[in-house]
Design a protein around this ligand. Sequence first.
Ligand SMILES: [Ca+2]
Ligand SMILES: [Ca+2]
Length: 256
Amino acid sequence: MRKTALFLSILALASACSDDSDNQDLDAPVILSATLNGEDHDLEFNAGDAISLAVEASDNEALGQIKLDLHDVFDGHSHGKVASTWTLSEVHDLSGTQTTFTETLQAPDPVTAGPYHLVLRLLDAAGNESEFAELDFVLRNGSEPQISITDPDFSQGFQIAKGQSFNLTGSITDNIDLAEIVIQVRKETEHSHKSYSSTIFSFDKDLDGSSDLSFDLGSLSISIPSSAEIGHYELYFSAKDSEGNYGIYTAEIEVI
Ligand SMILES: [Ca+2]
Ligand SMILES: [Ca+2]
């Protein structure tokens, strides 16, 4: 009698174990690297470019799909007419546990110039989703506003103490008409998908009328609040023309 009960419970255990081994894969796949033309930062492309995407994908059991989502990251202000922007949404099947997905992305021409964003996600065969990877790039079409900063010289590395201010000298020009400029000093967090944890300086100016062919920065003063956290920040400077093109200038600032 006892033996039978033990035998039954061993059977039950064996059956539970076998259920466990049939259980779905619970580990999400991982994007090991993602590049456009072999690079993953400071990316700039032109309208009409053929751009090579390469994504190294890995999963513990079996890869399922890769999802590509490309869209503009314009600031959403509605004035100025909005021409066609580059969007792309694709899903491709993957297999195996380790692969490098490659595809040539064809930038449209004509296309609105400005900042764009390619977001990548993986699914494994069991449906687990990876963390996303993002590739930010600036697309040019030749008629976007041109931003020229003559002082300070950011190429040498620029430090500023919190509580201090510095002057930005330079000019912005456009072939037809400038509509708006935005200047920010901000800190980007990891996985920041369009959000910035801390913007410590913000300047926004609308430029209306066809006379605004050029805008002289003169000496625009940028103040770093004394409450700012020390660390690396991005100076983000965007100028929008009346056709909706954005010219983008970025530089690194170290707040000490
Ligand atoms: Ca998995
Ligand atoms: Ca223009």
